[in-house]
Write a protein that binds this ligand. Structure first.
Ligand code: FDA
Length: 378
């Protein structure tokens, strides 16, 4: 074996695929029973509808190198992501755009008219002086839109009143002064035609790659553990950086999600893939309805059933899946200390969202793995 990769998410698989293509023998271990990390998806057994096990995953990128690379393993549908939100029983388009504003104020503002209105409403606070997230939100889009679409949703995401969250949590709140409600504005966007798992399996499908599932790097009873491998061969580690160093500099904080999945005996539950719930009286943040991610599969998906998934957000304990870095000042100091420790760890490179403690979209995880391969490993 020439290289050990810990973690079979997009970061680890990109490294493994590049190494295998350069004639290196690679072993990939993952503590989960499946490959693919958080991008893993599977067909719900009763309906055959593809469900994204760790939350909805939409692929989008403006990076030509990444787009060329991912197209070696999958084709993409022409899916374009759009999100709606339910506020007080009325459904509005997101991100906040001219359609949202006119529906909310029951008006017909022109782009300039809406811009002037938001500017006037936002005058209540200066963004520079905002003492907390609430003041920052109001300074960016004005109190009415902030209170309707941001305040309670953010409170649910963070289990914290936005008055008690730091202003830096949001840098901007995009408002579009036209009716464009495409969620992403990247050059390329789509979903893998035959699903995420088929794509991920094709990346790992090489005679030079061996994948070992249910294998935890910190489990001393399995042969490829930290104690037996570090210093013996190059390792790319994509698990949590604080866990690697036994939390000596403190545990970095994360938010996690709980998912509640249900098969319903209706053809169509909400008419769209993702519906957010903006208000405090609904405990979940959003509902996904997976059949809408693949309208082109209408002939093989059932017409009398659908799969929905309610998403709840909360702070993660050590036992939970870490999803979004909280990134407090304490976390940032801890991360700097871990980065110093990582520098002196012989032949171990830290990558991916857990290994670097940052939120990475899939195209960013793949792009940074390609860079690590080209600049540090090749
Ligand atoms: P990832 O977490 O996928 O993989 C790490 C792997 O390491 C895991 O399989 C884990 O089991 C393994 N591991 C950890 N510790 C280990 C140990 N001790 N021993 C062995 N293995 C270990 N992106 C996007 O582009 N569009 C989207 O719509 C979304 N949506 C989205 C929703 C939600 C809820 C989340 C949390 C994330 C997204 N993402 C996303 C981001 C996407 O999931 C992310 O880019 C990839 O998961 C990053 O891949 P990594 O390989 O870095 O980590």
């Amino acid at each position: 074996m020439d290289l050990l990769v810990v973690g079979s998410g997009f970061f680890g698989l990109t490294i493994a695929e590049r190494a295998a293509a350069s004639d290196r023998k690679v072993t990939v271990i993952d503590r989960r029973p499946h490959i693919g990390g958080n991008a893993y998806s599977e067909d719900e057994p009763n309906t055959g509808i593809e469900v994204h096990r760790y939350g909805a995953h939409l692929f989008h990128t403006s990076n030509p190198g990444v787009w060329e690379y991912v197209n070696r393993f999958t084709t993409f549908t022409d899916y374009v992501h759009r999100v709606y939100t339910n506020h007080k029983g009325v459904v509005y388009p997101l991100p906040i755009n001219l359609g949202t504003i006119n529906q909310f104020f029951n008006a017909a503002y022109s782009p300039d008219g809406a811009r002037a209105l938001v500017q006037e409403l936002a005058g209540e606070f200066d963004a520079k002086d905002a003492a907390n997230l609430e003041e920052k939100g109001i300074a960016l889009i004005g109190r009415p839109l902030y209170e309707a679409f941001i305040r309670d949703y953010t409170a649910k995401q963070w289990q914290t009143d936005p008055k008690n969250l730091p202003a830096e949590v949001i840098s901007r709140l995009p408002v579009r002064y036209n009716y464009d409600n495409r969620y992403f504005n990247d050059t390329w966007e789509g979903l893998p035609t035959d699903g995420y798992t088929a794509w991920l399996e094709r990346m790992a499908d090489h005679p030079n790659i061996e994948v070992k599932l249910d294998t935890d790097f910190f489990d001393e009873s399995q042969p490829l553990n930290k104690g037996t491998t570090v210093g013996q061969l190059p390792i790319v580690y994509t698990g949590p950086v604080d866990r690697y160093f036994d939390y000596t500099e403190g545990a970095l904080s994360w938010r996690t999600l709980d998912f509640e999945q249900e098969v319903l005996e209706v053809a169509d539950f909400q008419g769209t893939p993702v519906m957010n719930y903006a208000d405090a009286d609904v405990p979940y943040t959003r509902i996904h309805e997976f059949k809408h991610f693949h309208p082109e599969r209408a002939d093989r998906y059932p017409t009398d059933r659908t799969v929905i998934m309610r998403e709840f957000s909360r702070f993660a304990s050590r036992e939970d899946e870490p999803y979004y870095p909280v990134n407090t000042a304490e976390d940032r100091n801890g991360l700097l200390a871990y980065r110093e420790l990582a520098k002196s760890e012989k032949d171990v490179l830290f990558g991916g969202r857990l290994g670097t403690y940052q939120y990475l979209d899939m195209h960013m995880a793949i792009g940074s793995a390609l860079s690590m391969w080209n600049n540090q490993l090749q």
